[in-house]
Design a binder for this molecule. Structure first.
Ligand SMILES: CC(C)(COP(=O)(O)OP(=O)(O)OC[C@H]1O[C@@H](n2cnc3c(N)ncnc32)[C@H](O)[C@@H]1OP(=O)(O)O)[C@@H](O)C(=O)NCCC(=O)NCCS
Length: 254
């Protein structure tokens, strides 16, 4: 054993051995997911319109819709249970549905205001006039018929009544159908997000490309605020909002 150690030291030197040791036991980093963030300015005059198929309507979901919403499963979205629905609605998150001409739930999208959950304890704090679409899903048998674009188009008309001027949404870099669906609506890439696991920790990194700085606020608004202490969380959010109000560019300037 001792002779093996002596051999390794001779080959790599003391410093080399130290490096090898750090490599063996030091932090391990892995990119767990990459997301593309998209944004749209709802006040844009040339915002593309993608109407729902004839006879389809949009309405807010109620607790009575949970069973239908539960059927809308996908690898990219959370499965809706009564508990998820109640928790989200209590936090001001609104579920919206596209209903088919024969009364079935065809599409679902959640509208987040104030903040969007990211990963682990991270969330994106949203300015007052920005909402986020999350967990958008079309029922399997209705995909490819423009349901999601139709639902999101209509929400783009409904949300400004509550002062929303821009919408952001994130899509897994490999989710081709989703990229296509939002690009048809005029959403443009505004940031990239990496979820990195380093040993047992999860780290969220947001990068806004150089050039258009309209969404530069996104990097400053990623927070580890999901603390078990709700008071601390509320205080941090209030402080961030004050900073955002005094410092960052409003997103409508796109
Ligand atoms: C993403 C999703 C919501 C799109 O809904 P939809 O109602 O089917 O939307 P569309 O009818 O516009 O179809 C999507 C577009 O993607 C295209 N598309 C479908 N599969 C595709 C693929 N594998 N690669 C590239 N494009 C694809 C369709 O052809 C269509 O584009 P087109 O109109 O130019 O032909 C739906 O596919 C879905 O529910 N996926 C699972 C859940 C999910 O991934 N949600 C997004 C979370 S961010």
């Amino acid at each position: 054993m001792l002779s093996r150690v002596r051999d390794v030291v001779r080959r790599h030197g003391l410093r080399g051995v130290a490096h090898l040791a750090v490599d063996r036991v030091g932090p391990r980093q892995r990119v767990a997911a990459v997301y593309v963030w998209y944004a749209i300015d709802l006040e844009r005059a040339d915002r593309p319109q993608n109407p729902l198929p004839e006879g389809f309507v949009v309405r807010e979901a109620t607790i009575a819709d949970v069973a239908s919403m539960q059927q809308m499963t996908s690898a990219h979205t959370v499965t809706i249970t009564e508990e998820v629905m109640r928790e989200r609605v209590l936090n001001g998150v609104k579920p919206w549905l596209a209903i088919s001409d024969d009364g079935r739930v065809a599409g679902l999208s959640w509208v987040f205001t104030r903040s969007l959950p990211l990963r682990g304890r991270y969330e994106l704090v949203l300015p007052d006039d920005v909402a986020g679409f999350e967990d958008t899903v079309t029922s399997r048998e209705m995909r490819g018929r423009g349901i999601a674009p139709g639902l999101l188009t209509q929400l783009g008309d409904i949300l400004p009544r509550d002062g929303v001027r821009a919408i952001v949404t994130r899509i897994d870099v490999d989710n081709a159908a989703s990229h296509r669906a939002v690009q048809k609506l005029g959403f443009e890439e505004c940031a990239r997000m990496r979820v990195v696991t380093r040993d047992w920790r999860t780290i969220v990194q947001m990068v806004v490309p150089p050039g258009d700085r309209s969404y530069a606020w996104m990097t400053g608004q990623v927070e580890r605020t999901r603390s078990p202490n709700p008071l601390g969380r509320a205080l941090r959010r209030a402080t961030t909002r004050r900073d955002a109000a005094s410092g960052s560019e409003p997103p409508r300037e796109r």
